[in-house]
Write a protein that binds this ligand. Structure first.
Ligand code: SAM
Ligand code: SF4
Ligand code: SF4
Length: 372
C-alpha cells in the first residue's frame, strides 16, 4: 500500500464529502455555498473521431487554436485553484491526446505536483506507452477510456471511425503489459438504443481487467427543451425506441444487481441508474426532477478560457478575470440558484452526485481500489 497516495486520496475523498454536505445545506438554506471541488477543462473540441452521439468534433472545426486559453494562463489558474481549496483537475475534449505534449501533460504534471487528483478522458486512439509512462511518473490519477461496445463493428459504428475498437484494444494491451501503479483505468460507456446488449459484456470486461466502469446515458443536450419524446425517438436511433423499453428495463435491473455486487467497480449511484428508465421513456413534464448540483461544486472551463454552464452558456471569461472573483461573484450564486430549479432533467454523470449514504459506504471501497 502506498501511504502517500492513501493520504492524498483520503484528503480528496473528505473534500468530496464536505462539498456534498455543503451543497445539501446550501440547497436547503441558501447558505454556505460551496467554492467548487473540481475543475473540468475542455481543452479543445477538435477530435480525430466522428462519434454518432457527440457534437464536439463538428464544433471543433470552427475553433481556432490561437484563440485557446494559453498553457501559461492555465498554470496560473491551477495555482489559484489550489489556494481556493479545489482538489480535482480533469481534462476532456474533443480528444485531449491530440494536445498531449504541448499542453495536457504539462498541466496534469503541474496539477499533480500541487497535490491535485487528476484524470483525463480519451478515446484511446493516441494512447501510447510513452504517454502512460509520463503520466505515471508525474503521479498519475485515472484515465477514462471510452468504450461503447465489445463488439468491434458496433463500437466502430458508434464511434464513426473504422479501427476505433482495434485502437482501444491496443491501448488496453499496452496498459496491461506495463507497470503503471499510479494509473487506474475507468471505462466510460454511453448507453443508447444501439448498445443495450453490450452493457453487461463491457462490465464483465471491466471486472476481468480490474478497471472501473461508468455508464452515461446518451444525451441530446437539448437545453432549449424543444423536443418531445417522440421527436427524440424520430430524430435519432440512439434514443431508446419504444420497442426496446422492456430491454432497457432488463438492462437497468441487471446493472443494479451488478452495482450491488461490485460497488467499487461501477461508479454510478443506484439512483443515477434507476433514473435511466424515466429519462429515456417519459416526457420531461412527467419526470421527477432532482436538484442539479452541476454548477455548485464543479467549474467547467472551455477552450477559450470561458467558464461555461450548460444551458446558460458562457458565464465568465478566465482570460480576463480571476477564478477567485468568479467564485465570489453574485452572478455565480444567481446561476447556481437557477440551476437548482432547472427542469431540463440532464443525467450527465459528472452533474449527478452520489447520495451521502453512497459516499460513506462505497466511497472507502472505491478509495481502497484506487490506492491498491
Ligand atoms: C466528449 S468525450 C471527450 C473525450 C474523448 N474524446 C472520448 O471520447 O473519450 C467525453 C465523454 O463524453 C461521452 N459522450 C460523447 N457524446 C455524448 C452524448 N451525446 N451523451 C453522453 N455522453 C457523451 C464520450 O463517450 C466520452 O466518454
Ligand atoms: S472521440 Fe470523444 S470527443 Fe471525439 S467525437 Fe467521440 S466522443 Fe466526441
Ligand atoms: S439540469 Fe443542470 S446541467 Fe442540465 S441544463 Fe439544467 S442546470 Fe444545466
Amino acid at each position: 500500500m502506498n501511504f502517500n497516495k492513501l493520504k492524498k486520496y483520503t484528503r480528496i475523498g473528505l473534500n468530496k464529502v464536505k462539498s456534498n454536505i455543503q451543497s445539501r445545506v446550501f440547497l436547503r438554506t441558501g447558505k454556505w455555498m460551496p467554492k467548487a471541488e473540481k475543475v473540468q477543462y475542455t481543452l479543445s473540441s477538435k477530435c480525430n473521431f466522428r462519434c454518432k452521439m457527440c457534437p464536439s468534433w463538428e464544433k471543433g472545426f470552427k475553433e481556432k487554436i490561437e484563440e485557446y486559453i494559453s498553457k501559461e494562463r492555465m498554470i496560473e489558474l491551477i495555482d489559484e485553484m489550489k489556494t481556493l481549496g479545489i482538489r480535482e483537475f480533469c481534462v476532456t475534449g474533443g480528444e485531449p491526446l491530440l494536445f498531449w505534449k504541448d499542453k495536457i501533460f504539462p498541466l496534469l504534471k503541474h496539477a499533480n505536483q500541487k497535490g491535485f487528483y487528476t484524470h483525463f478522458v480519451t478515446n484511446g486512439y493516441l494512447l501510447t506507452k510513452e504517454i502512460l509512462e509520463e503520466y505515471n511518473r508525474s503521479g498519475g490519477g485515472h484515465i477514462s477510456l471510452s468504450l461503447d461496445a465489445l463488439n468491434a463493428e458496433k463500437h466502430d459504428d458508434l464511434r464513426g471511425f473504422q479501427g476505433a475498437y482495434q485502437a482501444f484494444q491496443k491501448a488496453v494491451k499496452v496498459f496491461n503489459k506495463g507497470d503503471y501503479s499510479n494509473i487506474k483505468i475507468k471505462l466510460n460507456f454511453v448507453l443508447s438504443n444501439e448498445n443495450l446488449d453490450e452493457v453487461e459484456k463491457v462490465i464483465n470486461y471491466a471486472i476481468k481487467n480490474d478497471f472501473l466502469f461508468f455508464i452515461q446515458p446518451f444525451d441530446l443536450f437539448d437545453y432549449q427543451n424543444r423536443r418531445t419524446l417522440k421527436d427524440k425517438q424520430k430524430e435519432t436511433n440512439l434514443w431508446v425506441q419504444r420497442k426496446n423499453y422492456a430491454k432497457l428495463r432488463k438492462v437497468i435491473k441487471r446493472l443494479l444487481e451488478l452495482k450491488e455486487k461490485h460497488p467499487e467497480i461501477i461508479l454510478n449511484s443506484k439512483k443515477h441508474i434507476e433514473d435511466f428508465y424515466p429519462y429515456f421513456t417519459k416526457e420531461l413534464k412527467d419526470r421527477t426532477h432532482n436538484p442539479c448540483f452541476g454548477l455548485i461544486d464543479r467549474i467547467s472551463i472551455h477552450p477559450k478560457g470561458e467558464v461555461n454552464a450548460c444551458k446558460f452558456g458562457k458565464i465568465y471569461d478566465l482570460k480576463k478575470g480571476s477564478l477567485t472573483d468568479f467564485i465570489q461573484s453574485p452572478e455565480r450564486k444567481k446561476f447556481i440558484q437557477a440551476s437548482l430549479k432547472c427542469q431540463i432533467g440532464c443525467l450527465i454523470g459528472c452533474f449527478y452526485r452520489p447520495t451521502f449514504k453512497d459516499l460513506l459506504i462505497n466511497g472507502p471501497r472505491q478509495l481502497l481500489k484506487l490506492v491498491k
